[in-house]
Design a protein around this ligand. Structure first.
Ligand code: GDP
Ligand code: IMO
Ligand code: MG
Length: 429
């Protein structure tokens, strides 16, 4: 058995796609277990860039199984568009498997996500408007349409009719939105159904058989710990469980079947959308990080909010997900800084807090305790050996490991596959 979970430790966009793609060299199966097309994972290979939203980042390896498990909110339109785009670029998509239990994102989910979030006014979350929250809401309301329902014409017609009647009423009453037409959606989605049918299967049986036959499996988290519906900065979160525990319910894999957890940590912090961000730098340092790192969203193109690394957040992610190793990405973005800071504690009313506060009011008022490190002022993007890193870079990494209690397993110094330094040789058994 050899299963590894890759999870985001901060507010997303840590470079999970890059780390999954790198480790997928050794994996036979890559699995998305939560979220949906709100994710934007970028993989760079030989000067080519691939932006993935729903398809697992193992797609670039021929023969790999790429599983979209039951916990994913699947927009079939996005899935098919991505598959077509991949095929055009010569990528084999025959290894895709889609869970028959996954919930389907419908047009009314996208509409309600967009106008619903805007209608919150000042309280808006700043969602990606991909319909992910409303799709999970229907699942929890027990009216959701699953992939198995979509493939069954009668069942689909029945559920769509009932849901659309309700949604049209809600959209009209709450937002004055024009009703959506049943026939249009029915025809469109039946077309999607026929195209996705060959890829649909019982992924629970598939994955558990693969685990029993010792295949190497990677679980690819989307979003991140601080966006988790329960553990993140609620309500400024996504609607799923990016933490490693999300794998058990999102892919039907028991906790004891998980061998290792790798937490992806960006060497500084970013956030898209609203919500508290204790180490945010609303100043020239933040601008410098944004410029150096080209920090603009993959999905929405929004400028990302930027700030120093928050070790309190990484420590919290380590506890919640049982992280064995950190994969530290984008260290090269800090190459030109004279000084680098890291928050190692939160002070509130003069006391250092023992954990992550639940109250957003408290989180908004915490005073980050910073440690300052001299920069290395060296281009590290060509370095492939940990020992060859500048001493000041190593000091920064070593302090990160010490203060979070998590070992450094991987250091990434550029977007490409080869710009990766691996310290942990036992990520896969
Ligand atoms: P994800 O959502 O966690 O997969 O991250 P994104 O793909 O949204 O954002 C990470 C960005 O950083 C992508 O453009 C990656 O190609 C890029 N990237 C990943 N690792 C590194 C790194 O070590 N250095 C640099 N410069 N870029 C990286
Ligand atoms: P990856 O996988 C960064 C953010 C949105 C918003 C909040 C809720 O690329 O790291 P949603 O559409 O999920 O209901 O939006 O979560 N968000 C992300 N931020 N990276 C992501 O994914 C994100 N997915 C959602 O900006 O604040
Ligand atoms: Mg992203």
């Amino acid at each position: 058995m050899s299963t590894v979970v890759i999870t985001g430790t901060q507010w997303g966009d840590e470079g999970k796609g890059k780390i999954v793609d790198y480790l997928a060299q050794q994996a036979e199966t890559v699995v998305r277990y939560q979220g949906g097309s709100n994710a934007g994972h970028t993989v760079a290979v030989k000067g080519e860039e691939y932006k993935l939203r729903l398809l697992p980042s193992g797609i670039l390896y021929k023969g790999t199984h790429n599983v979209i498990a039951n916990g994913v909110a699947v927009d079939p339109e996005v899935m098919l568009q991505e598959m077509d785009a991949m095929e055009k670029r010569g990528i084999d998509v025959s290894g895709i498997r889609l869970s028959d239990r996954a919930h389907v994102v419908m047009p009314y989910h996208r509409v309600m996500d967009g106008i619903g979030d805007e209608a919150r006014g000042k309280e808006k979350i700043g969602t990606t408007k991909r319909g992910i929250g409303p799709c999970y809401m229907d699942r929890d309301d027990r009216i959701g349409i699953r992939v198995c329902d979509l493939l069954d014409k009668e069942e689909f017609a029945k559920k769509l009719k009932a849901n659309l009647a309700k949604k049209n009423k809600e959209m009209q009453a709450l937002y004055g939105h024009e009703p959506l037409k049943y026939e249009d959606i029915y025809e469109q989605y039946l077309g999607y159904a026929e195209r996705i049918r060959p890829y649909v299967c019982d992924t629970i049986t598939l994955l558990n058989e693969e685990i029993a036959s010792d295949r190497r499996i990677l679980f690819e988290g989307a979003q991140a710990t601080m966006l988790d519906i329960d553990y993140g900065t609620y309500p400024y979160v996504t609607a799923s469980h990016p933490v490693s525990g999300g794998v058990t319910v999102g892919a039907g894999v028991a906790p004891r079947k998980i061998d290792k957890v790798v937490g992806v940590v960006k060497a500084y912090c970013t956030r898209v959308g609203e919500g508290p961000f204790p180490t945010e730098q609303l100043n020239e340092i933040g601008d410098k990080i944004r410029d150096a790192g080209h920090e603009y969203g993959t999905v929405t193109g929004r400028p990302r909010r930027t700030g120093w690394l928050d070790a309190c957040v990484v420590r919290y992610a380590g506890i919640l997900s049982g992280i064995d190793y950190m994969a530290i990405t984008r260290l090269d973005i800090l190459d030109s800084f004279d000084e680098i800071r890291m928050c190692t504690g939160y002070k509130y009313k003069g006391e250092v807090l023992p954990g992550m506060p639940a109250s957003l009011k408290v989180l908004a008022e915490v005073e980050p305790v910073y440690e300052t490190f001299p920069g290395w002022k060296t281009d590290i993007s060509g370095i492939r050996d940990y020992d060859a890193l500048p001493e000041n870079a190593k000091k920064y990494l070593e302090r990160m490991a010490e203060t979070t209690g998590i070992a450094v397993g991987i250091v990434s110094v550029g977007p490409n596959r080869d710009q990766t330094i691996v310290l942990a040789k036992d990520i896969f058994k």
